[in-house]
Design a protein around this ligand. Structure first.
Ligand code: HEM
Length: 418
């Protein structure tokens, strides 16, 4: 009791040994809602303080160092911009993704998502054992984002290699100079941007044999091309560079996160057979269940680096101008001052206003897609896997404390139902 101060705690949270269950450490961290770390940065861990800061224009999302690592060749995406540039680029991108300009874009993908999920499950090995990460949760979102952007079928494997490399470049590797990782990440982003540029140049009508499920629109009609051609929009279209950087962002931001939401979901359901059974019998609860998952096991646990543009008074602390601020979203989601019985997984709770997608101007752009992907994935897995069980609990985790999730999730099952 009391001996463990906040700075040591944050280090323990980042330690790989804490990955399977960081939640008791968050509980301790919340005793100091805004906690100064030994390196001068601040960790924020309580719901109301997090919400206030997520809406505070005095916290910047720009990153001078990260931009320097890119060698100045690729400008930041809108994730790393502040208003007014952020709002301009985000709203131009949103015109091709959601309301009011493209209100049904995501719902229209439902058939395609369902058929992608069906094919992945059909390919599960006969032996009754599968790693859900490699066989399902990993390939699913990449396939979907390729379709959304308009990447031709035959290029999907290349695209997936880049996605894997980008994910690897986000993950800290113990004992290695982070500069190496940043450089590799920058290099991969450049390669990917060059590939996408080529695709835009060619107008990309090479959608392969078109032997999809018939529900998709041809790749030449993907979001990438609509964005490039959006001459009617106020402030548009995006410059070529802005377009490429935005496409790379959509790939990265929607990849590891969705993988983790699906695997965290399967882990949570396999640990709670009554919840598994309920989703199987009442698939209509999937939306509430996914919402509660985003509270209970959020794939983005921490927004690691916002910057204070001014002195910010919050609670009884002043965060000095120039400080780095880490927003521990996953801790806010378990704050008992906000949620009754926060450590219980309960899809029936009345107001699941979690921080899993952040909040404010940077709140997740892809949320409607991520929700639909997870709802369909979990509903179908639960429906089709007969007598599924965890073969390793806790599973091995990826090293990242920020984008937290199992590296493998090996399960056994009796058979795959039709
Ligand atoms: C379960 C899956 C996902 C989770 C948990 C998640 C979580 C988040 C969070 C917490 C943020 C806020 C970051 C910040 O404030 O700095 C964010 C932003 C963002 N997300 Fe997601 N995300 C998911 C899936 C996706 C998908 C599928 C896409 C793309 C199709 C996507 C695209 C973005 C973009 C572009 C931003 C930046 C928004 C901005 O800066 O205005 N995300 N996401």
């Amino acid at each position: 009791m009391g001996g463990m101060n906040g700075e040591t705690l944050m280090r323990r949270i980042l330690d790989h040994g804490s990955r399977a269950d960081p939640y008791p450490l968050y509980t301790e961290l919340r005793r100091t809602p805004v906690c100064r770390q030994e390196d001068g940065s601040y960790a924020v861990s309580t719901y109301h303080e997090l919400l206030a800061l997520l809406h505070d224009p005095r916290l910047t999302s720009t990153h001078a160092e990260r931009e320097a690592a890119d060698g100045g060749q690729l400008p930041p995406s809108f994730l790393g911009m502040d208003p007014p540039e952020h709002d301009r680029v985000r709203s131009l991108a949103m015109r091709q993704f959601g309301p009011p300009h493209s209100p049904s874009r995501i719902q229209d993908m439902r058939g395609e998502l369902e058929s992608t999920v069906r094919k992945l499950i059909d390919a599960f090995p006969e032996g009754g054992e599968v790693d859900l990460v490699d066989a399902f949760a990993y390939p699913f979102p990449v396939t979907v984002i390729c379709r959304l952007l308009g990447v031709p079928h035959e290029d999907e494997p290349r695209f997936r290699t880049w996605a894997d490399k980008l994910v690897a470049s986000i993950d800290p590797r113990p004992g290695e100079d982070p500069a190496i990782r940043l450089r590799e990440g920058a290099e991969t982003r450049r390669e990917l941007a060059l590939y996408l540029n080529d695709l835009v140049e060619k107008g990309a009508h090479g959608s392969g044999d078109g032997a999809g499920d018939g529900s998709g629109d041809g790749s030449g009609d993907g979001m990438l091309f609509r964005l490039a051609d959006d001459h009617d929009a106020e402030g548009g279209p995006l410059s070529r560079l802005e377009l490429l950087v935005t496409a790379v962002l959509l790939l990265i931001a929607g990849h590891e996160t969705t993988v983790n939401l699906i695997t965290n979901g399967m882990l949570t359901l396999l640990r709670r057979p009554e919840q598994w059974e309920r989703l199987r019998r009442e698939p209509e609860i999937a939306p509430r269940l996914v919402e509660e998952l985003l509270r209970f096991e959020p794939p983005v646990q921490i927004i690691p680096q916002r910057g204070a543009l001014a002195d910010i008074e919050i609670g009884d602390v002043t965060i000095p101008e120039g400080s780095v601020v880490a927003l521990v979203l996953a801790s806010g989601n378990r704050d008992p001052k906000r949620f009754t019985d926060p450590d219980t997984f309960d899809p029936d709770r009345p107001d699941i206003e979690h921080l899993g997608f952040g909040s404010g101007i940077h709140s997740c752009f892809g949320a409607p897609l991520a929700r639909l992907e997870a709802q369909i994935a979990l509903t179908e897995l639960v429906r089709r896997l007969d007598n599924a069980r965890l073969l390793q609990d806790p599973p091995p985790y990826r090293s990242s404390a920020v984008l937290r999730g199992p590296r493998h999730l090996t399960i056994g099952f009796d058979r795959v139902l039709a």
